[in-house]
Write a protein that binds this ligand. Structure first.
Ligand code: HEC
Length: 293
């Protein structure tokens, strides 16, 4: 059994060396590289860094919210444990002053105003964090036909795309499971936000498009959203694109998985409980069976 395990570990290593090598070759050709980042919430014990989530929300609010919604996150979530945990009163005020107000619904639950006029009201704690557009059509019309996706679950919807033979994928997945690697989403977001460069000489970038090393296909309709110094942090963190990208990616990882902290903590308690139960059952079994001798 032991041999079998070391054998499969060895073949896994060999495979990952192989795929790593082909990945490096591909990087050189297509400038495509998504590097693993050191996230506080990575691994079996990792937890979100509250100060980082607060900074990340600030980046979302001051930059991304101009184009992207966050409609599966509710204002009240920003004050709940496991997240940025802003004071509730501050979140209430934030909701009330959020520029993208809540459209009034009619009895059928449709967005509709009387006489074709749209009514909106300020948001409350119980309302979702909306982007500037009422629907995808309006968003596309404002963004040259491109759709800025809602960012609520983008950290789960994206990952690190590995261009390897399909038969290799199960082994890569197994490798991820063994290492507890689940941060492909935030790694991709960070790479995307820091991945704007000049295009290589042989690439022509389309009208209204930007070149990006991380985006599949390398051309996207989102202009570089971040620049050094554009956001002022309150806690002394350096105002660099690198930090903005890191913080907003962590914030979006939380938005997509708000109960991560609690789940990981409970996981350990459950493991401990099972361990204690195992020991008790073992001694119980010995005691019961000892009477049969
Ligand atoms: C000026 C408007 C604008 C701003 C500001 C903006 N985005 Fe975008 N974003 C877009 C558009 C448009 C797209 C769609 C691009 C495409 O499909 O070519 C997009 C796409 C994306 C995607 C999806 C990429 C993919 O893999 O499909 C992510 C993630 C994203 N934006 C994150 C952000 C974050 C984080 C910020 C804030 C730091 C931000 N955006 C700010 C307009 C914007």
């Amino acid at each position: 059994m032991k041999n079998l395990i070391s054998l499969s570990a060895a073949s896994l290593l060999a495979l990952s060396a192989l795929t790593g090598a082909s990945g490096a070759a591909e990087t050189a050709a297509a400038h495509h590289e998504i590097v693993r980042q050191p996230w506080s919430f990575a691994g079996f014990k990792g937890q979100f860094d509250r100060a980082q989530l607060q900074r990340g929300f600030q980046v979302y609010k001051e930059v991304c919210a101009a184009c992207h919604g966050l409609k599966r996150v509710y204002f009240r979530n920003l004050a709940e444990p496991g997240g940025p945990v802003f004071p509730e009163e501050a979140v209430r005020e934030l909701a009330a002053s959020w520029p993208n107000q809540i459209p009034e619904m009619n009895d059928q639950g449709e967005i509709a105003g009387k006489g074709g006029e749209l009514f909106k009201r300020p948001a409350k704690l119980s309302d979702p964090i909306l982007g500037p557009y009422l629907n995808d059509r309006q968003a596309r019309a404002a963004q040259n036909g491109a759709l800025p996706p809602d960012l609520s679950v983008i950290a789960k919807a994206r990952g690190v795309h590995r261009e390897v033979h399909w038969a290799i994928h199960p082994f890569l997945m197994l490798g991820d499971i063994l290492q507890g690697y689940q941060e492909g989403g935030p790694d991709y977001l960070y790479a995307l936000l820091t991945g704007y460069t000049e295009p290589p000489a042989d690439v022509t970038v389309g009208e209204g498009m930007s070149f990006n090393t991380a985006f599949p296909g390398h051309q996207l309709a989102m202009p570089p959203p971040l620049s050094d110094g554009s956001i002022t942090y309150q806690d002394g963190t350096k105002p660099t694109v690198d930090n903005y990208a890191r913080d907003v990616s962590a914030f979006l990882a939380w938005a997509a998985d708000p109960s991560l902290d609690q789940r990981k903590r409970i996981g350990w308690v459950v493991m401990l409980y099972l361990l204690v139960t195992t020991v008790l059952l073992y001694f119980g079994k010995r005691r019961i069976w000892s009477k049969l001798h």
